[in-house]
Design a protein. Sequence first.
Length: 103
Amino acid sequence: MDIRCPICGEPWDADCIHEEVNNRFPNLPWPHGKDYKQEEYDKYYLPVLHDFRKNGCAAFGNRHNTIADKKGAQLTDMLFDILGDDVDGLASELEDAEYMGYI
C-alpha cells in the first residue's frame, strides 16, 4: 500500500520509511532479521517518519514532483494530523480515498 508525500502528493510504498531507516542507520544495534523490541526500533524509525511528514520526498533525497497532486498532499497532511505515527492507518485511508475517487 502507498502513502503520499504531504508536500507534492507523490505516492510512495509504505515500506519506504523502513528502507530509509536502513539507509540512514546501516549499523543498527541488532543483526539484520533478528528480533528487537519496538521501543528500540522506534528510536530510529520515528525521526525518519517525522522527517518525511515535514519534508516529504526530500526526506529520501528526492525532488518533489513538479506535477503536484494537491488533493493527495492535503489529504495526507490532514491524515497525519489525525493518525499521528500510524503509517498503516494512513496507507489504508489513502487507499480508500483513491478507490472512492477523492484522489
